[in-house]
Design a protein around this ligand. Sequence first.
Ligand code: TGC
Ligand code: FAD
Length: 400
Amino acid sequence: MSFKFQNVDFLHLDSSFSEDELLVRRTAREFVEDNLIPIIEDCFREGRFPRELVPMMGELGFYGASLEGYGCAGMSNVEYGLVMQELERGDSGLRSFVSVQSALVMYPIYTFGSDEQKSAWLPALASGEKLGCFGLTEPGFGSNPGGMTTTARKSADEYILNGEKMWITSGSIADVAIIWAKVANEDNNKEGSADNTVRGFLVETDRPGFSAHEIHGKWSLRASITSGLTLQEVHIPAANLLPGTSGLKSPLMCLNQARYGISWGAIGAAMSCYDTALQYAKVRKQFHEQPIASHQLIQEKLVWMVSEISKAQLLSLHVGRLKDSGRAGHEHISLAKRNNVWMALETARMARDILGANGISDDYPIMRHMMNLESVKTYEGTHDIHALILGQHITGIAAY
Ligand code: TGC
Ligand code: FAD
């Protein structure tokens, strides 16, 4: 049995969206219904990224959607959020792909890049002709990226990169990798030390010494490619340095963009789970030929879900409006990412319970969303790291 998705809008929030915002959501929703939903269970089962959808999403303006010029759609942050919501209602893996291409590859080129770098890369990334990845995490440094050991050695008119990156979305299909590394120059090399400033580099993935291997055996985000990267004496022109980057703050600024999108995406996954559970509960009968929706315990679960989804919708919409008016702080985004992903995971678990045995079957999307959300809870700052970021903000004391 499969159910056609019904919108989840308990608070009539649709009346808070502009015509343009509703049009963007409708476009993304139709794209997901027509192109992703019919294939996603097979993709997930096969561990296959649906690459055939990449050009279509470029035509629809999903990549770098909130950037201006260079072939980008120039959407507002709320419109961009609605695209993320609809994509993740389909699958977190496709939303991840678009998040990385947009927030973690195009945004840093747009924000920190030279005019030449922007012209060379942004139009091709906006159309999906070229793909990118973002290498911050290392095998030994996840929550604490400031400890990274990847280095960029300056020598004459080039940099030479060495290091390893781990858990990199789209790593094996990327044409360009944004690599974060600590800079050492010739002088401090001679002294055997680096100046340790984190900076970002554009690394074309066909350069000698660069290799990517796909990570297999994931029970989460199976329709997304996740890779390990190795950089062994990779020579790049000095012009590949992103000139505006300086310190860990630069990659963290990129993460703000991606975390904001995730806060919307998680709502999409939760809407899918809630809607499936609600429709199922109305038709599944147990005891006295009554639908399970007539039982108080089932109703309590459905009420919890719709309450939390509604609060999450308000939260992301408010942070989106703050962002559109230039007033969103990274602490607001941490709060939204942390709350909404937690909410979505709890919703998936409750929805799974309501479907009984059917809840574990891929005839329904719930278990897939639940497994995906375990990654979403971890990446872009774990649930607990966001608690510490918020704790630092309200107390002034870092507890890392
Ligand atoms: P700390 O000393 O706190 O900060 C260094 C400098 O950065 C500033 N800052 C921020 N700036 C902008 N946005 C933010 N969110 C910022 N957070 C901090 C800070 O003010 C400071 O500035 P300045 O001027 O004083 O230099 O640095 P720390 O080393 O103590 O960092 C702590 C912490 C926990 C905040 C940070 O490292 C962190 O966020 N850790 C989590 C790591 C993470 O989220 N990794 C994500 C990797 S990418 C990924 O997961 C992609 S998944 C893709 C997908 O498929 O969707
Ligand atoms: P760790 O940092 O080892 O944390 C393990 C546990 O310890 C967590 O529960 C954490 O909350 C806790 N912990 C850590 N420090 C503290 C502390 N001070 N106090 C209390 N608890 C603490 N990275 C990229 O750079 N690019 C990508 O494209 C990318 N894509 C990803 C895709 C997937 C599918 C996944 C799963 C990860 C991806 N990542 C990517 C990596 C991701 O950002 C990291 O996994 C994440 O930041 C956590 O790091 P870690 O896994 O090393 O966990």
